[in-house]
Design a protein around this ligand. Structure first.
Ligand code: FDA
Length: 455
């Protein structure tokens, strides 16, 4: 593909700020001089603000052309990991990030403590149109490999539950670790640098708001559109389409549900209340907590099931998993015939939830007066509470994007596009999505690591 851009305002901007190369086309590169005068103060990692005003020069190739071996677009979990690995192999690596700091999603993850991996993550936990695609990467870079890195940097962590590993301190420790690894591997990072377009003509030419940069290899690591306020874009998927790769249907995953009408009123009334439950949808179930919100329901059980929910489908909530409620109610009817239903249920469920349930859906009478049919209906409601969300809170609140760059166009070993040599896709940008609990970072580390071995 020839580079179609005339060299207008770009060069002017570039000479004022930093970089870069190809003024007209990749062929013209041999005539252009690419020099970086890169201020570290632009790299707004809070831990490293002390590194100000250092400048870097692009090493010369000896052919009169200067460029990077590898350009990584996106300084998130996957991009930084890839950059570290490529840098360790002696590749000259430039990471371009349009936000004012690196790893923004890492910083906000895990409630500020970054659930950085999951001890029990296996390829079978991930969703993709090709569930076999992730096996190679996840087997070559395991949770233990990332734990080794975390321990090397003396980051203290703990298992919260279900194999989920969190920092004892702040997520920033993980960002600092990755940044330190980048420094040690000689990686150059440029923040506040938005990549606008990419072009390929033997080499890759990357057009940014600050100018152009040229590289042999280009790694797309811009994630998916979830939480756009954190800098997420569809850029990787757009680049994939540009180069003829397919993109699977994308939708928000790990996202709260919203309701309308009486269900919404019910949720609002209980906003803030969390209840352990089993939630079922489309043949999949999760045992975790459900949280009532002002818009509907959230909490780990709901976020998990949202990735399996399809429009207009009902979800079923067992509010007393592990209890034979029919037998329990029959027992109570025999031994405490004068007890009210609300009193009996309050020993099993939070009192305000029982009150709301009894005022809305359940007959709150003394248990001896309840017919078998009524008792059966009560069991149905509490063991398979049927809720039909009117939708989700969308990308604005989604922790991940389901779908992405179609894996049929990528090598599962290298993450390189099968038909476009030198172009790689990693992390959330790709159609591989894990459940809640450290799985998505594990995919980001693993896919970044694998690409880093081949770029
Ligand atoms: P990511 O989105 O992290 O990085 C992409 C980068 O590309 C961003 O920095 C973006 O600014 C940049 N970019 C985009 N377009 C660009 C352009 N045109 N030019 C330059 N740069 C561009 N997972 C987990 O395992 N454990 C957890 O605890 C959590 N917690 C969590 C909380 C919240 C609130 C969210 C939203 C998500 C999580 N996740 C999570 C999911 C996890 O954050 C996610 O899977 C990874 O961050 C994906 O990493 P990537 O590097 O692929 O994309």
């Amino acid at each position: 593909m020839a580079l179609p851009h005339p060299n207008n305002g770009v060069q002017r901007q570039a000479s004022q700020r930093f970089v870069f190369g190809p003024p007209v086309s990749c062929r013209a590169l041999s005539l252009s001089r690419a020099t970086i005068d890169y201020k570290m103060s632009n790299f707004a990692s809070p831990a490293h603000n002390r590194h100000t005003a250092r400048s870097y020069s692009l090493p010369s190739t000896g052919r009169g052309t200067e460029y990077y071996d590898v350009v990584v677009v996106g300084a998130g979990a996957a991009g930084l990991m890839c950059a570290v690995e490529a840098g360790k192999r002696g590749r000259r690596v430039l990471v371009l990030e349009h936000a004012d700091r690196v790893g923004k999603k890492i910083l906000i993850s895990g409630g500020g403590r970054c659930n950085f991996t999951n001890l029990s993550a296996t390829p079978a936990d991930y969703r993709s149109e090709n569930p076999y695609f992730c096996i190679s990467a996840l087997t070559r870079y395991t949770p233990q490999d990332f734990i080794d890195l975390v321990e090397k940097h003396r980051i203290v962590y703990h298992e919260k539950k279900l194999g989920q590993l969190f920092c004892n301190g702040a997520s920033q420790e993980i960002v600092r670790m990755l940044f330190t690894e980048c420094e040690m591997a000689g990686v150059t990072i440029k923040t506040s640098c938005k990549v606008i377009s990419v072009h390929c003509d033997n080499v890759f030419s990357t057009h940014t708001n600050l100018g152009w940069v040229v590289s042999d290899k280009l790694v797309m690591a811009t994630g998916g559109p979830s939480i756009p306020q954190m800098g997420s874009t569809r850029f990787s998927q757009e680049v994939a389409s540009q180069f003829g790769l397919k993109v699977t249907t994308m939708r928000p995953g790990l996202v709260p549900f919203i309701f309308k009408g009486p269900d919404l009123e019910f949720c609002r009334r209980l906003a803030g209340l969390s209840i352990p439950c089993r939630v079922v949808c489309n043949g999949v179930s999760f045992d975790e907590n459900l949280l009532f919100t002002h818009q509907g329901i959230s909490g780990p059980a709901i976020l998990q099931i949202s990735s399996y929910w399809t429009e207009k489908k009902a979800i079923y909530v067992d509010l007393l998993p592990g209890l034979d409620l029919a037998a329990h109610l029959q027992e109570q009817k025999d031994y405490r015939p004068k007890a009210e239903l609300a009193t009996i249920l309050s020993s099993l469920l939070p009192r305000n939830f029982v009150r709301a349930m009894c005022e809305t859906y359940l007959p709150n009478r003394t248990i001896s007066t309840l017919t078998i049919k009524e008792l059966d209906a009560i069991v149905d409601i509490l063991k398979a509470w049927t809720l039909t969300p009117s939708g989700t809170e969308g990308y604005r609140k989604a922790e991940v994007t389901l779908g992405g760059v179609d894996t049929t166009g990528l090598s599962s070993k290298t993450m390189e596009a099968v038909l476009v040599a030198g172009l790689f896709f990693i992390g959330e940008a790709v159609d591989v999505t894990g459940p809640l609990g450290g799985y998505n970072f594990q995919w980001a580390w693993a896919s970044g690591y694998c690409a880093g071995q081949y770029v």
